[in-house]
Design a protein around this ligand. Structure first.
Ligand code: AHR
Length: 862
């Protein structure tokens, strides 16, 4: 007993004095830390520390260690009055997300640096959650808080995960728990909480914050500083030598990621020319839209209305009723005008019914201004829906044509699903793709196509999750949907069309379906937090995912879903190998429970299908860390990494994958780009691909994002390919993807590129020295394509120097004449294309890589 008392006394004394103790190394054992926010709701929790609680030193100085992830993108992600607890070496935080919802936010961390993906528990008393105070009492976490109505409550939890129902408490009890203090940090009076922590913890955070800020500086480096960076350097030269060793790498390294963003599908790759062909536009697509949008009524005394009585199909519930005097018409201008070519043929189809049983004649005209380019007349006599078809052949070219449907007589007529579709599509597929755009994609020679998203896949709220089954079958039976990017998805480009396109270009299909949760940035269905399907619906949902595998690969004789595929025109299987589950989701408990459920079900029934999981939107941080630990724990086949970062990140992260475990989960770099469409960006991307190739045993696939963007309808910049209704504008980044897609290898040949800089010494003599900046920017990768046995050398030069590179290669078994593709110019150039030439090679040949260039040298096997 006496020993215990003595120990307790020592502990109390130590606690009382340790903040001032100075150890041998002149450091205190412990310090005070102050956790606070700046007052701006989009800011996060910050920290300052102090020896004496008088002078406070901010960390960062302004670093947010954790920000709220609740709510839709941007300013809706808010954090108010966080309360932080330091207990047993761990940090816990709770905060108020806004004053409308009956929820609050929780997270925890072992080091104050990486925080667990947040959870947003519900409160079941229909009161909101303001000014929380978090503490621990008798081994339980206790949160006392106030509400808008002036009440005080407490909730508690054993595990910081399951919370008790709110119990009302007195304001005295609340005040007793309130540890908030005002402290002056850098001259600003701030409200927060004071904790005492071991000094090494703060020291570690100081190191991490400084490191992050240093890395940030490196990541923001750009070629505009090259004059300073290479001051004193007169020239560069390099030698590329190979070790003779090689390893197998993925042959699927370059693919494409198609998402319906920036009007990529309707009005883009999907060749339909009529906008809102089914009168299904609505204000969920965009506030001001409705079923009449993009249709114009003409004709004196004419009127029209939208009806939902006896539609063609429940999934296509709206249609137009044109109430007419003679000459009444509806006109559609397509997606910013309809482009047609003289002599080309266009499939016109529409559903019509006579509303009063009288026979009606309608004229359908393709017009350019007042000039009629093509027309047809249709007799409508049925009171039930009937599809009418015709072919229109315009007599002249037009870029802004329109389609008019005019009634010849009087009467009411129902109209729906009015479609004008070019017969010339990519590979002349019916209901196919715009040929020039699809060809531009095919020219990359992508080894796979990921679709349909992105955020489109997990959707804006649970109701908006992408359900593949709603995208197949007759077009008018498909369920159109609002698009998370603020417009409408007709689903005319559905899973059958995606799979057909993959087959047409020799690419593996990689469908990505929601993991039973919607986008954590949703603005609908629960104020934006990530929602999950109820667990009792997950069995059906897992079946829905497995039905896709059956639809793609099954035998039509035995499988209902495979029969649907065969009836649509594809009796042979599509040979699906991959299925993505989830898209950069918050790795919350809600997500983990559902992902594991789906992964286990799919792997149990289809062990050969590779499941692609997700590890968040960044190359580091909570979702990355927790996503990867889930991947390791569950032995997920592949995970999808995403990062959109500046060129400097690629230059200074070249060993990012060299340290990855080679035996476990593989990587699909599913979304990446370097935030610009200038040569400087494209070269950073080429550099990254050389590093991906070296790591092609662990990184098995990659795809630049986003892929397509329509001029005038772009939500996200930069993109790989821009287009309008008539033209396609591939970017300089596109040419890097194309050069790499056309020059994929199956073996990586180990080698080394040694770079030397010539500098002028004080005595005027020239000396050769190592130069780290140059070594980071003159890089190479050598691969063998075992199908052709060709050797492919990729050389990246992101310096202002034409750099002679001695190629120390054993090239006896290759033809001496090599093909060289070079993309080069000024770092700011955005409108350049690769130039093709040839090079006579022997071992030791010097190839001069132009300043700011990407060269791909292909040697043919003899
Ligand atoms: O590529 C654009 C978007 O970026 C994707 O939809 C999403 O996955 C990511 O945030």
């Amino acid at each position: 007993m006496r020993i215990i008392l003595l120990a307790a006394l020592c502990f109390i004394l130590q606690q009382a004095t340790s903040a001032r103790n100075v150890n041998n190394e002149n450091h205190p054992d412990s310090v005070y830390v102050f956790t606070y926010t700046s007052g701006s709701p989009t800011d996060g929790i910050k920290m300052a520390y102090s020896i004496d609680c008088r002078t406070w030193i901010p960390l960062g100085p302004n670093h947010s260690f954790v920000k709220s992830d609740f709510g839709s993108w941007g300013s809706n992600k808010r954090m108010f009055t966080p309360s932080v607890l330091y207990d047993n070496g761990k940090w816990y935080a709770v905060w108020n997300v806004n004053d409308e919802v009956y929820q609050f936010a929780t997270t925890e961390s072992n080091n104050f640096w990486v925080w667990k993906p947040q959870d947003y528990p519900y409160l079941n008393n229909n009161e909101n959650f303001l000014r929380p105070c978090l503490s621990k009492q008798a081994d339980k976490f206790l949160v006392r808080y106030q509400t808008k109505s002036g009440n005080n409550y407490e909730i508690c939890s054993n595990d910081f995960h399951q919370w008790s129902s709110p119990q009302q408490i007195s304001s005295e009890e609340y005040n007793h728990s309130n540890k908030r203090k005002d402290v002056t940090v850098s001259g600003n009076k701030l409200s927060g909480e004071i904790h005492r922590v071991p000094y090494p913890l703060v020291e570690e955070l100081v190191y991490k914050v400084n490191d992050a800020s240093l890395r940030n500086t490196l990541y923001n480096e750009s070629c505009s500083e090259d004059a300073a960076r290479f001051r004193g350097v007169k020239s560069l030269k390099a030698r590329l030598s190979l070790t003779g060793e090689s390893k197998p790498i993925s042959t699927d390294l370059i693919g494409i990621f198609f998402e319906d963003i920036n009007y990529s599908a309707d009005g883009g790759l999907y060749a339909e020319l009529i906008q809102n062909r089914d009168f299904e536009y609505n204000n969920l697509d965009r506030g001001e839209w409705n079923p009449k949008s993009f249709w114009e009524l003409k004709g004196e005394g004419a009127s029209w209305e939208i009806s939902t009585d006896t539609p063609i199909h429940a999934n296509n519930s709206h249609y137009a009723v044109l109430k007419s005097k003679k000459g009444a018409s509806l006109t559609n201008n397509g997606f910013d005008g309809i482009v047609v070519k003289q002599g080309d043929t266009y499939d016109l189809s529409l559903f019509a019914k006579s509303m009063n049983g009288k026979k009606q004649m309608i004229t359908v005209m393709l017009k350019d201004g007042d000039k009629t380019l093509a027309s047809t007349t249709i007799k409508v006599s049925s009171v039930s829906w009937k599809q009418y078809k015709s072919i229109l052949t315009p007599t002249a070219d037009a870029e802004k044509a329109s389609l008019t449907i005019a009634l010849k007589g009087e009467g009411d007529i129902g109209l729906d699903f009015i479609s004008l579709f070019p017969q010339k599509t990519f590979k002349n597929r019916h209901n196919g793709l715009r040929a020039d755009l699809a060809q531009t994609l095919a020219d990359i020679k992508p080894r796979f196509v990921r679709f349909p998203g992105g955020c489109v896949s997990h959707g804006n709220g649970l109701e908006n999750m992408y359900r593949w089954i709603e995208t197949i079958g007759p077009l008018w039976e498909r369920k159109s949907q609002s698009n998370i990017w603020g417009y409408h998805q007709s689903k005319g480009l559905g899973f059958y069309e995606y799979f057909q396109f993959c087959e047409d270009i020799g690419a593996e299909p990689l469908p990505v379906l929601p993991a039973g949760v919607c986008c954590q940035n949703s603005s609908r269905g629960g104020h934006g937090q990530q929602g999950g399907l109820p667990m009792n619906e997950m069995d059906d949902y897992a079946q829905e995912l497995m039905n896709l595998i059956d639809w793609a690969n099954g035998d039509p004789k035995t499988s209902h879903y495979a029969k649907l595929r065969a009836e649509a025109g594809h009796p042979l299987p599509f040979n699906l190998k991959y299925i993505g589950v989830g898209n950069e989701d918050l790795i919350s408990d809600v997500f983990v429970e559902r992902f594991n459920y789906l992964n286990k079900k799919i792997k149990a029934k289809y062990p050969n299908i590779q499941v692609v999981g997700t590890v968040g939107p960044f190359f580091e941080g909570s979702d990355y860390e927790y996503g990867w630990s889930l991947a390791r724990k569950e032995n997920i086949d592949i995970v999808d990494e995403h990062y959109y970062v500046n060129p400097g990140w690629y230059i200074h992260s070249q060993n990012y994958y060299d340290v990855y475990d080679r035996k476990g989960t593989k990587v699909y770099l599913g979304e990446w780009a370097s935030r610009g469409n200038r040569l400087e960006n494209a070269l950073a991307e080429a550099l990254h691909i050389t590093n991906l190739e070296r790591n092609g045993d662990v990184v098995v696939m990659s795809s630049y994002a986003p892929l397509l963007a329509k001029h005038g309808h772009t939500q996200w910049n930069p993109d790989l390919i821009y287009f309008n209704n008539t033209d396609v504008f591939p970017t300089v980044n596109y040419y890097v993807q194309q050069l790499c897609g056309n020059n994929i290898g199956s073996r990586y040949v180990y080698g080394d590129i040694a770079v030397k800089a010539t500098v002028e010494g004080r005595n005027g003599n020239m000396t050769e020295v190592n130069n780290e900046s140059a070594s980071l920017r003159v890089r190479s990768s050598v691969v063998i394509d075992e199908e052709s046995n060709d050797m492919i050398i990729k050389l990246v030069n992101i310096t202002p120097f034409d750099t002679p590179i001695e190629l120390q290669l054993d090239i006896q078994s290759y033809q001496p004449k090599a093909t060289v593709n070079v993309l080069s110019g000024k770092p700011s150039d955005s409108d350049i294309k690769p130039a093709i030439s040839s090079l006579m090679l022997k071992s030791g040949t010097v190839y001069t890589a132009p300043a700011y260039s990407f060269s791909v040298i292909r040697l043919k096997r003899i």
